[in-house]
Design a protein around this ligand. Structure first.
Ligand SMILES: Nc1nc2c(c(=O)[nH]1)N[C@H]1C(S)=C(S)[C@@H](COP(=O)(O)OP(=O)(O)OC[C@H]3O[C@@H](n4cnc5c(=O)[nH]c(N)nc54)[C@H](O)[C@@H]3O)O[C@H]1N2
Ligand SMILES: Nc1nc2c(c(=O)[nH]1)N[C@H]1C(S)=C(S)[C@@H](COP(=O)(O)OP(=O)(O)OC[C@H]3O[C@@H](n4cnc5c(=O)[nH]c(N)nc54)[C@H](O)[C@@H]3O)O[C@H]1N2
Ligand SMILES: [Mo]
Length: 775
């Protein structure tokens, strides 16, 4: 295979023919060209399945093809014709598999049989479901302290499975329920309740149709939520200003051609998405948002002096606000030079944003990982809220906040009880409903669980979906620690790195995916999930399972529960497995205000909406009001050495060809990269200043003062249009550089968008650049 990387600017818009071609390629790669197309026609439809990719809103009246390039890739990935069988495991030792990269591992196909690690042969060997479950039950019972077992889940399991999993953990004896959202929007779940009393976004698609202004911070919808480009395109065509803040010029935020529109495709027509694009410095949003708020206050002063329209919604603030007086005072004393320096934006850019935003009758603030994954992520998210609240942009049409959730059901999982925080769960209700005494002590979230593992204190770890070992920070330190766990259980659909770093006793247990039919005693079962707008939808599998040996996640949970817990007639594991509507009934008992009439409402087109008090301007906060929260300071990354000549700020990024740790291929089309993921994006002046050359090989080293050496080598330098002092590399490869204790204050979300690093030349040939596929 040729080993070369291509880096040439991509001129085409997001969507368009590039997207159509990419879709054809992936269906071919997975060997499902014909049947894949049929399956896709049922994606995100009322009688079909909910996409397994992102959590973007599913409209009540879907398009004929309500999926995007990357949703289709996720489908193709799940329905692939490739299989990872016992014969595969017989021919590869685990040590050999450790040399494979993420792409190769998952490309071996869908897991077909339950497997158990055999240390003597260093291979996974087949095991029966019965033997696997019995051994897991024995081991979980034998754990020396029930606080030493952990139950992780990734945000794609259904509400039904998540509810049972959380119930199982609590009956077992702990709240150790870390979730992928701890690495993602936990910052939102901490920030928004303090500001507005709800942990989730407040907007619906209707608001997009009515809004007069959209601000986008640190989110890349072109790759990560492409269906969002439809409402953005409609808004742009209505003349709505869309102002983006991102260190990189992301194509989806620049131009879009709707692949579903014949006229746009044939006519080569692309819509400009962002009306203004501000290349804020990574970690500079806190300063940028402060500048916009400050400019808004100044505009308001001037306008009121001259008898004009106010720029702040004084009525709203008086009736609903709290903390606004001191926040406004704080804004007045901020120094423009400082704001410019910290954001890398000109004062004029912040002022023009304030002017445009200040004229719009309604506005939506969108954000993603570019805000949540910083040390001061919580304060930054609250600053987005401050900006919206200054103009009363919540609780009316076209206005609100839109954190773009990642995994397709990450929000729903939290709604039905996956949380390490006991105060977020109706424990008394559960106690009464199921006759047990739930643990009241706070459990382990992701970073805490990792720290316990590093300290050698965890004895059992169950992964219900996801790739925990690969997704967490500090992978170089973490992997050896992971091996010391006595029992690791991987409930998965594909082979990944978490599975090939076995503990003492390790299992790979394959389950059916959401696109597959889930047949139980009472017939084919449906499941449900919640999208980013708080709407809950039903989903029914449409394909036969990848192997006859797969079981459902619900069944897996029920089986280990029966093998582990003391009998309790109120825990009806078998009945629940036979008929998932009985699980939904229990969810309705625990959370009646959200899930009444669950069984019928989940099939309503567009789903049913969770009650959202902030939308009604009811504030479930400690003050009973909407809080404008003044940050402690402007530093988005408190423990970072001042970015200077040698310390750079590394953002870990997703390509257009991956879903988290699942790597579909080596093309990051919109950024002009193909053939490799081993690159570092750099500002061209920095390249020259540091004596590097484009295409040269470098290594990155973390600039931390904890005495741990962390480095990643073999990266090719790619000159890129981005602010000085910032660099970018791909996640998860770069996770080795992210110290475990470098996380957002308050939420412990790893600060993956601001890792302090130094960069060093590497002579060619010292390290293989590790390129895998030719362009
Ligand atoms: N196809 C596909 N879809 C996905 C995923 C996937 O991997 N692939 N992942 C899913 C998941 S779990 C999640 S959480 C979401 C993630 O979706 P996003 O929120 O889009 O996450 P990222 O791609 O990590 O980074 C977002 C953007 O933040 C910018 N950025 C980085 N640092 C900063 C900063 O300091 N300030 C600002 N303003 N911008 C910054 C980056 O340039 C990038 O454009 O997508 C979900 N959807
Ligand atoms: N440096 C850095 N680190 C990050 C991030 C970052 O931006 N930078 N992003 C963080 C974010 S936002 C997230 S959400 C996490 C993601 O962390 P995870 O959610 O743990 O990781 P994924 O890569 O989504 O998990 C992929 C695996 O899930 C399994 N899987 C897929 N479908 C199913 C299914 O239906 N059932 C089951 N049981 N298993 C299934 C497959 O075996 C596949 O290998 O990573 C975080 N880590
Ligand atoms: Mo995520």
């Amino acid at each position: 295979m040729a080993r070369h990387a291509v880096n040439k600017p991509y001129e085409a818009p997001a969507g368009g023919w590039g997207s159509a071609r990419s879709l054809g390629n992936i269906l071919r790669q997975e060997g499902v060209l014909a049947s894949g197309a049929l399956t896709l026609s049922r994606q995100n439809k009322v009688d079909g399945f909910q996409c397994v990719s992102c959590a973007w809103i599913k409209p009540a009246t879907p398009l004929p093809f309500e999926f995007c390039e990357n949703g289709a890739k996720a489908t193709a990935w799940e329905i692939t014709a490739h299989r990872c069988t016992p014969e595969f495991f017989a021919s590869h030792t685990v040590t050999e598999l450790l040399t494979w990269d993420d792409y190769q591992l998952e490309q071996s196909g869908r897991l077909t049989h339950p497997m158990r690690y055999d240390a003597v042969s260093d291979k996974y060997v087949p095991v029966s479901w019965g033997a696997a479950i019995a051994e897991i039950g024995r081991e979980l019972r034998a754990v020396s302290d029930r606080k030493k077992a952990v139950f992780y889940s990734s945000g794609r399991c259904s509400n039904e499975a998540s509810y049972l999993y959380a119930l199982f953990a609590r009956v077992y004896g702990n709240n150790n329920l870390p979730d992928s959202s701890n690495m993602c929007h936990e910052t939102t779940s901490v920030a928004l309740p303090q500001s507005i009393g709800v942990p989730i976004g407040t907007v619906s698609l209707d608001d997009f149709a009515k809004t007069e202004c959209i601000l986008v911070f640190g989110n890349n919808p072109g790759s990560n939520a492409p269906r969002m480009l439809h409402p953005l395109q409609e808004a742009a065509q209505r003349g709505v200003p869309i102002i983006s803040f991102n260190p990189l010029r992301e194509r989806g935020l620049e131009r879009f051609t709707n692949p579903q529109s014949v006229t746009e495709m044939v006519g080569g027509h692309a819509t400009r998405i962002s009306s203004a694009y501000h290349q804020v410095k990574a970690g500079g949003d806190l300063a940028a948002l402060t500048g916009i708020c400050k400019a808004l206050v100044e505009l308001d002063d001037q306008s009121r002096e001259s008898g004009g329209e106010p720029f702040l919604d004084h009525g709203f603030l008086a009736e609903h606000g709290h903390g606004h007086e001191s926040f406004i005072e704080w804004l007045r004393v901020q120094d423009w030079d400082e704001l410019e320096r910290r954001s890398a934006l000109a004062r004029a850019a912040m002022e023009s944003t304030a002017r445009i935003y200040g004229r719009a009758k309604s506005a939506i603030g969108i954000y993603g990982m570019g805000l949540t994954q910083h040390r001061a992520g919580v304060e930054t998210v609250q600053m987005v809220m401050n900006l919206l609240l200054l103009r009363g942009n919540i609780g009316r049409d076209g206005a609100g906040v839109c954190p773009v959730r990642g995994h397709s059901n990450v929000q729903g999982q939290r709604t039905v009880g996956i949380s390490e925080k006991p105060e977020l769960v109706p424990l008394d209700k559960l106690a009464e409903q199921f006759g047990f005494e739930p643990p009241r002590e706070e459990g382990l979230a992701t970073v805490d669980a990792c720290e316990e593992i590093l300290a050698g204190r965890i004895e059992a770890f169950v992964i219900l979906g996801g790739n925990f070992v690969r997704a967490v920070p500090d992978t170089g330190r973490f992997e050896p620690a992971w091996r010391r766990i006595r029992l690791t259980v991987n409930v998965a659909t594909k082979l990944n790195r978490s599975q090939i770093i076995p503990g003492e006793i390790s299992f790979i247990l394959p389950v059916i995916g959401r696109i597959e039919k889930d047949r139980q005693a009472a017939g084919d079962q449906a499941v449900s999930m919640e999208d980013t707008s708080g709407c809950i939808h039903g989903s029914k599998g449409v394909r036969n399972p990848a192997s006859p040996h797969l079981i459902s996640e619900v069944r897996f949970i029920a089986e280990i529960a029966k093998a582990t817990l003391d009998p309790n007639p109120k825990l009806r594991w078998d009945d629940w497995t036979n008929d998932y509507s009985l699980i939904r009934r229990e969810i309705g008992v625990t959370y009646p205000e959200i899930f009444y009439d669950y069984e019928t409402r989940m099939w309503e087109p567009g789903g049913f909406k969770r009650p959202m008090p902030a939308r009604e301007r009811i504030w479930k906060t400690k003050t009973g009001r909407a809080n404008l929260i003044t940050p402690k300071g402007l530093d988005e990354d408190l423990d970072m050495p001042e970015v200077g000549h040698d310390v750079l700020r590394l953002m870990t990024l997703r390509s257009n060809d991956q879903f988290n740790t699942t790597v579909y291929g080596y093309h990051d089309r919109f950024r002009g990269i193909s053939g490799t993921r081993d690159i570092v994006f750099m500002n061209r002046d920095d390249i020259a200043r540091l004596g590097l050359v484009e295409g040269g090989t470098v290594r990155l080293q973390t600039a931390s003062n904890d005495g741990v050496h962390r480095e990643l080598g073999g990266l090719a330098v790619v000159g890129y249009d981005m602010p000085a002092g910032c660099i970018g590399a791909y996640y998860p490869e770069a996770n080795v550089l992210l110290p475990m204790n470098h996380y957002a204050e308050g939420s412990k979300t790893p600060a993956a968008k601001s890792i302090p690093v130094t960069i060093h030349k590497q002579s060619a040939g010292v390290v293989e650049p590790g390129l895998v596929v030719a362009a």
